[in-house]
Structure formats: C-alpha cells, structure tokens
Design a protein around this ligand. Structure first.
Ligand code: TXA
Ligand code: MG
Length: 341
C-alpha cells in the first residue's frame, strides 16, 4: 500500500516498519530507537537473527554517533557516498542495538543515493534496513515485488523502479587492504581506484565455492532464490549440449544464447559482453520464473567475471542454492532476548 513521505516518517517515528526505495533494492526500514520495530523486521522477513542489518544515513555528521572509530582509509571512500557502497565500522555499542549488529562488535553503514529515502532519513534519523524480501527470495526492485512478499496492505514508500537493481557492495577496510564481503552494484575495480594503493584482498571467504566461515553472516544463507531449480552452465559446449537435450522448462541467458528456432521459454539479460546495464533486471527475471511456475531452468553462465560480472556470478550461484559456510545453524530469536537490546 502506497504511503506518502510524511506518513512513512510518522509510522517509523512511532515504531512501525515501512518499505522504502533505494537506488539498489527496496529496503524494510525501522528506527534504531525502536527495538520492537527492529525485531519486527526480523520476524516479517523470517530472517535468521545472526544476520546483521545495514544502517542507512543521510549525512556524514550522523556517523560519529554510530561508530566507535573510523576504519583506516575511510576518508578516501567518502566520495563514493551517497552510493551503492556499505562499509563495516567498529560500532558504538550504546547507539547501535545488539540485534541490528546481530551480536557483532561492528556495524555496516551506507548512505544511499536516492532523494526520497534521504529525505525520509532526514525526518527520522538513521534507519536499519535489510532488503524488503522474505529471506531467501529475490530482492524487490519495485513496489509490487514488496507487496508480493509482504502483502498489499504493507506500507510502501513508492520511489519507482530501483535504478541499479542489485544490492550495495559490502566492504571491510584494514591498514593495508580491503576485502569485499558481498559483491554488489559498485564494482571492486571502482573501489580499488578510489583506494589507490590499498590492496584488494581476494576474499575467497565470500565465494560460494568455499566452505570456510564467511566474514559477512549473510553469505552463509541461500539467497535470491526462485522456486525453480537453476542449472548453471559456464561452459559453452556443455550449455549447447544441455540445450539440445532439452531437459528443462526455460532458459535464462543472453541475446545470443538461443538458436533462432528453439521454442522453449527464454529470458534474456541482454548482450553477453555488455550485461552490466541489465544487471538491474536480474531479480525481476528470477521473480518472473516463479510467476511462470517453472521447475527447471537452464542458465547460460558463460560471461566475464570482470567488473559487475563478479556480482552476477555470485547472485546466480546463491539463487541456484550454493552458499558458503552453510553448515552452521541460524541462531534463534531467543539468543537476542529483549533485555539485550
Ligand atoms: O543495497 C543494499 O545493501 C540493500 C539496501 C536496502 O540498502 N540492503 C541490503 O541489506 O541488501 P541486507 O540485509 O539484505 O544485506 C546486508 C548484508 C548481509 O549479507 C549482512 O550479513 C551484511 O550485509 N552485514 C551487515 N552488517 C554486517 C557486519 N557488521 N559485518 C559483516 N557483514 C554485515
Ligand atoms: Mg537481502
């Protein structure tokens, strides 16, 4: 249900949860001053309590209240804000509720590049907001996606279709290097350019192929997943062979993935060598697979892992059910009893 900016601010300031637009994906926002609203985010999303939330700010001056100190080299990154970059800071434990941090001593913070959301934060103060999907489902990139997951009566501040359509890149800084905890809408190459001589530690911990404990708790859960089983195929020859065998209901790929006369349902991410502009449609495509009630989908995953290719590869792997460190069990809500907040 659409709500105005004024109504969204009133609801949030009263301790309610409201879905909000960002340039990446829609978020589910609550005030840091309302522990019950933070708890509601977790229950609405059915989110494991050991997966912390990102805190969104509208002004740099809001940082000092939220963090215990500045990580090395952060001053260089300021020029990427507002933007699709989330940075991990040592948390000011008095100001950032334990549940927002999922028990960690750090807090993830970003300043979004979306005028409506920034105006909302100006009226409410910093807002905790994960993506506004039910956990495990593809993230919402427009109001109707939020309503599909949370119901048509759920309050949504409508900001149109998200411009970038995939989540922010989450990074952690250290003295000599930076690591990417979750690849996202801002490429590692762009971040490295701004950080100049600071090395990018190729953090295999965030790779879906590894079983090590991930630095970012969210990496260990299945994500972005449609109901359909996705069969990823990186090798062109194998893809061609599977295409001929025809043991699937649809193909997700690029404009040149399909032979002209093949009649199977086909969803495209655009040009293979130029998909970055179409990355924003990935979640809409995954949701489309559900709408079409498909069971098995062959995915042409033969594309470059440069730039945003890393992000597409990670999202497709997660959507296909590959997780890192997934042997760990999720914490129960009881681990974060009310009085700990
Ligand atoms: O673009 C985005 O980042 C969107 C919009 C709404 O801002 N938000 C988003 O939030 O994607 P969420 O909750 O779906 O993903 C946040 C990710 C999770 O993987 C979580 O584990 C990680 O950030 N994260 C949050 N706090 C962290 C922390 N203190 N240390 C390590 N990882 C953290
Ligand atoms: Mg999410």
């Amino acid at each position: 249900m659409r709500v105005t900016l004024k109504k969204a601010a009133t609801l949030i300031n009263k301790g309610e949860v409201v879905a909000v637009p960002t340039e990446t994906v829609y978020g589910l926002a609550a005030s840091l001053d309302h522990p019950s609203a933070i708890r509601k985010i977790f229950s609405l999303k059915k989110r494991p309590c050991d997966n912390p939330l990102i805190v969104h700010i509208s002004r740099l001056s809001q940082l000092k209240n939220l963090v215990a100190s500045m990580p090395p080299h952060f001053h260089k990154l300021k020029k990427l804000w507002p933007g699709a970059l989330t940075v991990i800071f040592p948390a000011n434990k008095k100001k950032v509720p334990l549940l927002v941090r999922a028990g960690l001593t750090t807090v993830a913070i970003r300043m979004p590049r979306h005028k409506v959301f920034l105006r909302l934060i100006d009226k409410t103060g910093p807002l905790a907001a994960p993506s506004a999907n039910i956990s495990g489902r593809p993230s919402p990139t427009k109001r109707s996606h939020v309503e599909d997951d949370l119901g048509s009566d759920f309050p949504v501040l409508d900001g149109g279709v998200c411009r970038l359509g995939v989540e922010s890149t989450v990074i952690q800084l250290s003295r000599n290097s930076f690591s990417v905890l979750r690849p996202g809408a801002l490429s590692v190459e762009k971040i490295a350019k701004v950080l100049k001589n600071i090395k990018y530690r190729d953090e295999r911990l965030c790779s879906p192929e590894t079983s090590k404990k991930p630095l970012s708790p969210g990496q260990k859960y299945r994500h972005y997943a449609p109901q359909a089983q996705l069969i990823l195929c990186r090798n062109r020859k194998v893809f061609g062979k599977k295409l001929r065998q025809g043991n699937f209901d649809a193909v997700l790929g690029f404009n040149d993935s399909m032979p002209k006369r093949n009649r199977v349902q086909f969803l495209s991410l655009g040009r293979r060598d130029h998909f970055s502009g179409n990355l924003k449609y990935i979640y809409a495509r995954l949701r489309e697979l559900d709408r079409l009630k498909l069971n098995r989908v062959l995915v042409d995953a033969n594309f470059s892992h440069e730039g945003l290719g890393k992000t597409l590869w990670e999202r497709l792997n997660k959507a296909a059910g590959k997780t890192s460190g997934c042997k760990e069990k999720a914490l129960t809500p009881r681990a974060f009893s009310n009085n700990k907040l």
